[in-house]
Write a protein that binds this ligand. Sequence first.
Ligand code: HEM
Ligand SMILES: Cc1cc2nc3c(=O)[nH]c(=O)nc-3n(C[C@H](O)[C@H](O)[C@H](O)COP(=O)(O)O)c2cc1C
Length: 516
Amino acid sequence: MKLCSRTVEANTDKMGRERIFSMDEVAKHNSPTDCWLVLCGKVYDLTDFHPSHPGGSKIITDCAGMDATLLFEPIHPSDIAERLLSPDVKKGLVDKSTIREEHIAKPEEEEKEGDILSANGKPPIETMLNIFDFEDVAKKTMSKEGWCYYSSGADDEITLRENHNAFQRIWFKPRILVDVDKIDMNSKMFGYNTSIPLYITATALGKLADPEGEVALTKAASNTGILQMLPTLSSCSLDEMLEARSPGQVVFSQLYVNRERQRTLEYVTRCEREGVKALFITVDAPQLGRREKDMRNKFKKQGTAVQKGDEAAGKVDRNQGVARAISSFIDPSLNWKDLAWFKSITKLPIILKGVQCAEDALMAFRHGCQGVVLSNHGGRQLDLARSGIEILPEVMEALRMEPGYTKDKFQVFVDGGIRRGADIFKAIALGATAVGIGRPTIYSLAAYGRQGVEHMIDIFKTELEMCMRLMGTPTIHDIKPAHVITKNLSDHFAVQPQDNLMNGVYEPLVTQASKL
Ligand code: HEM
Ligand SMILES: Cc1cc2nc3c(=O)[nH]c(=O)nc-3n(C[C@H](O)[C@H](O)[C@H](O)COP(=O)(O)O)c2cc1C
């Protein structure tokens, strides 16, 4: 084992005050084995952390001994280290007057494919007619790093694509001569109003899409009258997201459970105190899936360091890094017995996000949860896990046979692959209370900012309204299982309709040597 030569210093002076470092002192710790960074005026020793940083070690070691705020701030909230890492990593504060130009790490200039499209590289927002239009603009105009992070799925990305394909194995049985003069899409989640049974689900690192990050989503949710689930690993801080709420706006929180339960306790207590209305505990990520598009992009960015066999830079490989990193933030030992503890610390409704079979949905009900999200994390975790929409009928059948179950007591949500208003209709028909929208939210944010998100939600509304009218269902309550035909839903080898939009925008996986 290599011994580390760096010195371990106390983080406070004798009076208990935070230590102040000059930038020249910080600059001495400029190697992977002694790696200090200034982030938002604070000095951190990230030597032990960088090998397991989920975003790769190189991005941190490249900034060793420097002020990396310009790279860090667009992506992470300033308190992420305090929230996720041991308090020892913080060494103190930097004396800002000592920071010179050469101490500041700057983002690389990205060459955007979109620059060659037109003046601003984007078609006018009014020309966005469907959800895939946003994805295509995002793909062509956002940073490669952001695109690879958002679009990637686990392994062969079969589940990623299946999530959308599964909806095309459900066909409609419309009813005629129903008065559909007025269509009412209003509905409720846990008693809270939403203008359409759709919510913005949690997606991490919103600032990779737009400098306003998740705050833009909170405002778009308010402007369109829908509900939002705030992510634990957001780019904006929890305070920023909460402050962005309009008066009376309802939000929910997604929760990754930390190994150090005290941190989870603080987070949950704060959410409850600040008026968050439900807690969605993510249960499908005891380890992050391997997302090869994202990994390959990182390898490309590392350049020659890896080819030279630089040991520290090589650790950017997420093969083990992520497993280790994630286990420090997200507790892989989380299990059914822990639910009693959650119920003892909060009165908020508890919903398990990432349930993938009827047996576990029943377990959640029997453990006193208020709901489940049938989800495979947007195809980013276990490849060949079934889509949420496929699982929905078996879950509803099991619940209906369960003594004491009512739809008000226990709500079922679905996310993954929802790209048309018709997909929302299908989920509601099969028993879902509402559906979660992941990538379309961040793609529309990346393409056109907050306005893009609002336009994307309007498209879902327009499409669902048309679908409800043509189906003969004037209200959400009128949508029933008899309106859909699910005979082929669980046939994984059925002949699928050709989906030109999805196939056109989908970027196939390639091998490393494919371009030789
Ligand atoms: C201070 C301690 C830090 C912590 C605790 C931390 C934590 C994290 C976490 C948890 C993620 C993964 C989110 C997800 O995949 O859901 C992530 C990703 C990322 N981080 Fe950090 N980070 C830190 C410092 C930094 C710094 C200093 C930089 C830049 C200089 C940085 C840049 C990034 C980037 C670019 C990603 C996205 C990577 C991707 O494309 O997958 N982070 N970080
Ligand atoms: C880029 C990205 C980041 C995500 N981050 C989180 C997260 O931090 N926590 C979580 O519970 N789910 C996360 N998810 C999963 C989503 O909440 C949701 O399950 C999924 O995106 C739905 O599929 P869709 O993208 O096809 O709509 C993420 C998904 C994506 C695409």
